[in-house]
Structures are given as structure tokens and as C-alpha cells.
Design a protein around this ligand. Structure first.
Ligand code: ADP
Length: 344
């Protein structure tokens, strides 16, 4: 097996009393997209800043390697291997898009001819050729974001950190950005993406990790994550109140009743065997539902289940949080702890 493009063990960071990253692990294969998902303030940018050498890891962190280089002993080589696009753009608005790219080429010590070649190629690739000679301050949000990423590509990095690359973009620009990211991965680049958008992680990521209260509370492919949350159900609807009551009686305690809609909801992981067992029970009782729908949880369900904490959970002691004996054991927050192994 080849070495992961990014590997971190027990990554920690605290600001004063506040623990932001509480010992998290990453192992990201080369040529894949990894999405770090978390609500505002979860610590996503902090993780990106550490992995991209902008700030040092916290005390007690284990080994970190990026692009095959050890972060502690060879930060310079890490910097040479990566590109970072943060929420705060590196684009200089006073000069043109083309000049921004040529400047980056200079910083990377490319020859004049090579710098011009790379600049022209990137302008073309990012659909900026027409706007190349205009000051970057006149660009739309989407164009600035594209220029920003083009600038990080001048040095031909093999690992790219994209910190919330589509926050604030309109849907068209967002889709354009997704296309661009897929193109990068097609070229073998490893992408470490942070996002608050579940749809984005679902669209792009090979693996997704959910960061919450300083820990990775779940990790897996979008499909794997969707399977670990409750919320999947089968809904049966009836037009005949007598059939509805019969079905409720036969299906028993599992069924959640919606008397107004004459509908029953049964927990289900969406597998064929569960569906068959529900239908068999209805058949045996001679009951016919008018409508049957299967609801599979989406990433929204996952995200809310994993990051939803009540005030009790927030005030739990560390011991309780570690052992999972707090009130969260009853809440969704307990789900990932029980299931984490199964999605690895
Ligand atoms: P995210 O990117 O997930 O929104 P951040 O990594 O930016 O989260 O921030 C995580 C937490 O760390 C926040 O509570 C933030 O206020 C805090 N934080 C970030 N940088 C600093 C800093 N330089 N000093 C003190 N606290 C900070």
C-alpha cells in the first residue's frame, strides 16, 4: 500500500483553556478527496492551518506527515508539496488576474517563459482568459475564488487544502467549483476539503469525517455515514381507517402512528429483508397499504444526529464525555461512538 498523502496521529490544539482539537487522526490516501465537516467554530480551519504549517500543532500531538514529509522536521518540504486556499483570498485586487498568476510564478522561481506558459494555461483552465487583463477587484466572487485556486496550482502541488471553497458562492459558481475539484482529483491531486455543506461533501468526498467538540465523531464514505444514523424508515399510508387501525395493531410497538394522515412509520435500514418482513406481516393479516415509501437518511440526518447536543451534553465533565455515560448516551451523540468501528 502506498503511503497516505496526509497522516496525522492524535492531532491536538488548544487556545488557552479551550480545546479545539482533542486528539484526532487522519489517514488520507493520495488522489482522493477528504471532507472535514463541522459546524462553525468546530476547528476545521485550525486543522487546515496546522496541516499546512501555518500554525504549530498543540502539545502532545503525535506524528504528522503531509505529502510524504514530516511536518515537525521538514516543514519546508511540506510547504513545497502543498497548496492552500483559505477563506481569505490571496488575490491582490489592485493587479490583474494575469499579473496575480505571474507573481505566483515568480515566487515559485519559474523562468519568465515557463511562468507565462503556466499562467496562460491556468487562465484558460479556470475560464479567466477573457478577464485576464482586468483588475482582480472587478471579478465576481466565483471568479476570485477560481483565480485564488489557480494561484495555488502554479507550484503544481500534489496536496491541496481547500478551506470552505464554496462558502458564499451562488449555486452556478458552486457547481463550477465542484467540477474543478473533480478535475484536480482526476490529475491525481489529493484534496483536503473543509465544508459546512453536506451536499458538497456528498458530491465530492471519497471519505468524510465529522468534527464535533474537538473529536472526529464519525468517519466513512457518504453511504457508510448514512447507514449509521437512525432515521431510515418505511412509511405506510392507508385511505381506509379500518385498514390503518388493523395494520397498527398487527405491526405493534415498532410502528409510529400518524392518526391524522392514516400513516404508520416503521424504523428500517432500507434493506430488502426488513421490507420483506414488513410486507409479509401485512400480507399475513390480509392488509393492503395504499402507499409505501422508503426513506433513507441523507447526510443532513447524519450531520444533525452527530452534532446535535443539548445543554446537558455541553456541560458534561470530561470523564463523562470520554466514557459516554452522560446524558448524551440517550441522544444521537451516542450513535457514532457505538458505530464508528463499523464504518472504518
Ligand atoms: P471552523 O473553521 O470549524 O469554523 P476554527 O478552526 O476557525 O473553526 O475555530 C475553532 C475554535 O477555535 C473557535 O472557537 C475559534 O474561536 C477558536 N480559535 C481559532 N483561532 C483562534 C486563535 N488564534 N485564538 C483563540 N481562539 C481561536
Amino acid at each position: 500500500m502506498t503511503n497516505p498523502a496526509i497522516a496525522a496521529n492524535g492531532l491536538r490544539k488548544a487556545y488557552g483553556e479551550k480545546t479545539v482539537l482533542d486528539g484526532i487522526d487522519f489517514s488520507i490516501p493520495a488522489g482522493t478527496v477528504f471532507a472535514l465537516l463541522g459546524p462553525n467554530g468546530a476547528g476545521k480551519t485550525t486543522a487546515v492551518k496546522i496541516l499546512s504549517t501555518l500554525i504549530p500543532p498543540g502539545e502532545g500531538s503525535g506524528a504528522i506527515s503531509v505529502g510524504g514529509h514530516d511536518l515537525a522536521t521538514d516543514a519546508q518540504a511540506v510547504r513545497a508539496a502543498i497548496g492552500v486556499t483559505g477563506q481569505f483570498s490571496a488575490v491582490d485586487g489592485l493587479i490583474t488576474g494575469e499579473e496575480n498568476l505571474l507573481l505566483m510564478a515568480d515566487l515559485h522561481h519559474l523562468s519568465k517563459a515557463e511562468g507565462r506558459r503556466v499562467t496562460a494555461e491556468l487562465l484558460e483552465r479556470f475560464d479567466l482568459t477573457e478577464a485576464a487583463k482586468k483588475p482582480a477587484s472587478t471579478y465576481s466572487g466565483g471568479m476570485k475564488r477560481r483565480l485564488d485556486i489557480a494561484m495555488t496550482l502554479v507550484g503544481n502541488p500534489r496536496v491541496i487544502f481547500l478551506d470552505e471553497p464554496t462558502t458564499g458562492l451562488d449555486p452556478r459558481s458552486r457547481h463550477g467549483m465542484w467540477q474543478m475539484i473533480r478535475g484536480l482529483v482526476g490529475d491525481g491531486v489529493t484534496v483536503f476539503l473543509t465544508t459546512q455543506y453536506l451536499e458538497e461533501a456528498d458530491e465530492l468526498a471519497d471519505r468524510i469525517a465529522v468534527l464535533h467538540n474537538g473529536k472526529l465523531v464519525a468517519e466513512g464514505s457518504a453511504e457508510e455515514l448514512k447507514r449509521i444514523v437512525p432515521g431510515g424508515h418505511v412509511r405506510l399510508r392507508f385511505s381506509d381507517p379500518a385498514a390503518y387501525r388493523d395494520a397498527a395493531a398487527h405491526l405493534g410497538g415498532d410502528a409510529v402512528r400518524d392518526d391524522a394522515a392514516l400513516a404508520l412509520q416503521l424504523p428500517s435500514d432500507g434493506t430488502q429483508s426488513i421490507l420483506r418482513s414488513i410486507l409479509d406481516r401485512l400480507d399475513a393479516a390480509g392488509i393492503e397499504a395504499d402507499e409505501l415509501t422508503v426513506h433513507t437518511p441523507d447526510l443532513d440526518d447524519v450531520f444533525f444526529a452527530l452534532t446535535e447536543t443539548d445543554t446537558d451534553t455541553d456541560t458534561k465533565t470530561d470523564t463523562e464525555a470520554e466514557s459516554g455515560t452522560g446524558t448524551a448516551a440517550r441522544t444521537h451523540a451516542a450513535v457514532p461512538a457505538q458505530n464508528k468501528e463499523s464504518v472504518r
